[in-house]
Write a protein of this length. Structure first.
Length: 319
């Protein structure tokens, strides 16, 4: 199979048939062998019934239905597990991503041997204040922090070599940072393609302003995990030892000063009346806690077990 199209969705009943027809037309006209995988992330409208109807009419359509809303990252994770195509295309279900881009994305992966091709919605049809400007700030911060030079981390339209999506773990809300996860896993042939963006035709966006706050928090998380995720002792242990040494040396100097003044009969105060004594003590305690945090992190890392992250209520019969 050449192409798997993975589409996470939430309450997009109105757009699904039109999206399916558009994708199928593009793929058939280019003689691709394909599958389309819809992941219903806890929709409360008729999205799942539509997916079941599409699957019954075309066995290349597969559906996965979550027990409740778990988020886009979990939906992509489930779709990536099921995907069998040589090239995996992800796109949103709201008709803002253009299926006509698929053949060129496929060619970049197969002919130019890229690991990942990310869409860039250079011209957007979103609200400038609530989406465009925050998105520019977010993308600038992501580029600076991650070292991955993309203009649009948030674009849902992306193409991957099968090996990439089978060897990275998309969890939490890390769907924005799949290119960073891929780079951290050693897949460095990452590029960007300008794609057409379209105004939303049906319904309303499912993402509020909080997604940018969550995005920046996830950015900090992925920076930490990429640097110290497999060696937490290198960060917490180093900080702990450094702070303990600073606190110990400070306390030692306070003690030396106390003895010096006693020996020379100079006016002196109790050690407990010196505020630097308490500062030194606090620094040593915090340093010890950092060290223990790193030690516990190492133990947890070595003993962790995979847990179920989402519950699938139902799948179509062809899965």
């Amino acid at each position: 199979m050449q192409i798997s199209v993975v589409i996470p969705l939430l309450n997009e009943e109105q757009s699904l048939v039109e999206l399916y027809n558009w994708i199928a037309k593009v793929l058939r006209s280019n003689s691709f062998s394909y599958e389309i995988i819809f992941i219903d992330d806890g929709s409360t409208d008729g999205s799942w019934k539509t997916i079941e109807s599409l699957s019954e009419a075309d066995d290349r359509v597969k559906g996965i239905r979550f027990n409740r809303n778990y988020g886009k990252s979990q939906a992509l994770h489930a779709g990536f597990i099921e995907a069998q195509g040589e090239v995996i295309i992800t796109m949103d279900a709201d008709l803002q991503d253009n299926p006509d881009e698929i053949p060129e994305l496929y060619a970049l992966i197969k002919e130019q041997q890229y690991d990942l091709v990310s869409g860039w919605k250079k011209k957007r049809y979103d609200n400038v204040i609530t989406k465009n400007l925050p998105s520019k700030l977010f993308n600038a911060a992501a580029r600076k922090t991650s070292g991955v030079k993309l203009n649009d981390f948030n674009c849902g339209l992306k193409a991957y070599r099968k090996e990439v999506i089978k060897n990275i773990d998309v969890y939490g809300e890390m769907h924005r940072y799949i290119p960073v996860l891929a780079k951290n896993a050693g897949y460095n042939k990452i590029t960007e393609k300008e794609v057409k963006h379209q105004a939303r035709k049906y319904g309303n966006t499912k993402f509020g302003a909080s997604r940018f706050i969550n995005g920046f928090l996830d950015l900090i998380s992925i920076w930490f995990l990429s640097k110290f995720g497999r060696r937490p002792m290198h960060l917490f242990g180093a900080l702990g030892v450094l702070m303990f040494i600073i606190g110990f040396v400070s306390a030692f100097l306070i003690g030396v000063s106390k003895l010096y003044k006693l020996y020379h009969g100079l006016p002196n105060v109790l050690v407990t009346q010196n505020p630097w004594f308490y500062i030194s003590l606090a620094v040593m305690i915090i340093g010890t806690q950092f060290f223990l945090a790193g030690f516990l992190g190492e133990l947890i890392l070595r003993s962790k077990r995979e847990k179920e992250r989402y519950l699938i209520r139902k799948t179509t019969s062809n899965i």
